[in-house]
Design a protein around this ligand. Structure first.
Ligand code: ATP
Length: 391
């Protein structure tokens, strides 16, 4: 993390349930399917009590990594450890992990309580103990009193909770979640996100979730690993991934971004400057980049960090001295506006034709300037806002 750059992120949440020990460790793990390398030399520690998300585009290897932990796939190289022990010889049912799949995977012909208690029954747990633990698990997932229902008498969200209760009832050391919310509609997904977080904090079990949905990972996880083509691109907290991405891939994959290719003209401790062909003025930064002067770099600028101001002249009459105060200012013309309720998204065309996205919150819309199509504007951003990426 670049501590000189500013962040809009809140201070990290206190997580006393997260311990220092690595409950899960992948050590140089590679998985090949024939000639295809699905997971490429991954080394990763997940701490006990974390809600860890594996995030990445389709086919990047995240499910394969999770399946190696669950015992459904065997690494071609490297080791997977739980609590410091190599689990290579353990079949899936002997591993201290349980997996919740995206397709709910509840038995349709069994009552909710029997679904939840199924694994305990198979393990030979006494009926009284099964009942007690099933009731406890149903209460945890807010399904108390629904134990006698059949799965087809439940909503999608409730069925997903049955699957969760069934995994939790066995008290695994680690709960694996494969796209757990992808089958739910948007509103329910939002609700289940916060429920999953509080459930995880309550039970204190380490959760490891696979998702391709960056909003979901940012909202839920204490830490995320972003994967690209089998390799770990970055491992960080959600806020650090968003504010301080380490590469173009991560900046682009996590959130919306305006990316400009440029040349690093100055690079000092508290100041750097990048010249970008698509921007009429250099990009000034209030922090160093530690890249070689003259190197090709990429300036990543989040749309909500760009302010928009009215520009008096027509698009053809640009006078920089009329620009609002601020380190970085470029002129443009609004070409598109999308009103989204809580915010409005604008697309502004710069002098050379490059279009830039900027988002404005509608929080104080009543006292904000209104903008319209084809209006000349200044785009301005603070010197701490852009991330400068070397690759
Ligand atoms: P998605 O989000 O689409 O599930 P993912 O990131 O989870 O994708 P994986 O399912 O881990 O990706 O797959 C990684 C790569 O390995 C893909 O190219 C996939 O086609 C390939 N792959 C996965 N399982 C097998 C298999 N059993 N045999 C051959 N190739 C496989």
């Amino acid at each position: 993390m670049t501590d000189t750059a500013a962040s809009n992120a809140p201070a990290p949440k206190s997580t006393p349930h997260v311990k220092d020990n690595a409950i899960i460790r992948f050590e140089g793990v590679t998985k090949r399917f024939g000639k295809m390398v699905a997971v490429d030399n991954v080394t990763l520690d997940v701490r006990e009590g974390e809600f860890f998300a594996l995030l990445g585009p389709s086919g990047c290897g995240k499910t394969t990594l999770l399946r190696m932990l669950a015992g459904f796939e065997t690494p071609s190289e490297g080791r997977v450890l739980i609590d410091g022990k190599d689990i290579a010889g353990l079949p899936p049912n002997k591993r201290p992990v349980n997996m919740v799949f995206q397709s709910y995977a509840v038995f349709p012909h069994m009552k909710v309580a029997d679904n939840v208690g199924y694994g305990l029954k198979m393990d030979g747990v006494a009926p009284d103990e099964i009942k007690r633990r099933v009731d406890e698990a149903l209460e945890l997932v807010k399904l108390s009193g629904l134990g006698d229902r059949m799965p087809d008498q439940l909503s999608g969200g409730q069925r997903q909770r049955v699957a969760l209760a069934r995994a939790l009832v066995k008290r695994p050391r680690v709960l694996l979640l494969d796209e757990p919310l992808s089958a739910l509609d948007a509103k329910l997904r939002d609700q289940m996100r916060s429920e999953l977080t509080s459930l995880q904090e309550k039970v204190g079990i380490t959760f490891m979730m696979v998702t391709h949905d960056q909003d979901e990972a940012l909202a839920i996880a204490t830490r995320c690993a972003v994967m690209n083509r089998g390799v770990l691109a970055q491992v960080a907290t959600p806020a650090d991934l968003y504010e301080f991405p380490n590469s173009r891939f991560v900046a682009d994959f996590v959130g919306s971004v305006n990316m400009f290719e440029g040349v690093l003209e100055k690079d000092e401790t508290n100041h750097a400057q990048v010249r970008c062909a698509e921007l009429s003025a250099p990009v000034y930064l209030d922090h160093g980049v530690t890249g070689a002067k003259g190197a090709t770099v990429w300036v990543a600028l989040r749309p909500e960090k760009i302010e928009m101001h009215k520009r008096a002249e027509g698009a053809a009459l640009i006078k920089m001295e009329d620009a609002p105060a601020g380190a970085n200012v470029v002129p443009g013309v609004i070409r598109d506006i999308v009103y989204l309720g809580s915010e409005t998204n604008y697309e502004v065309e710069l002098e050379g034709g490059r279009r830039v996205k900027t988002f404005r919150s509608n929080l104080t819309r009543y006292d904000q300037e209104d903008f319209t199509w084809d209006e000349p504007v200044w785009l301005a951003w603070h010197a701490c806002s852009p991330a400068v990426l070397l690759s």
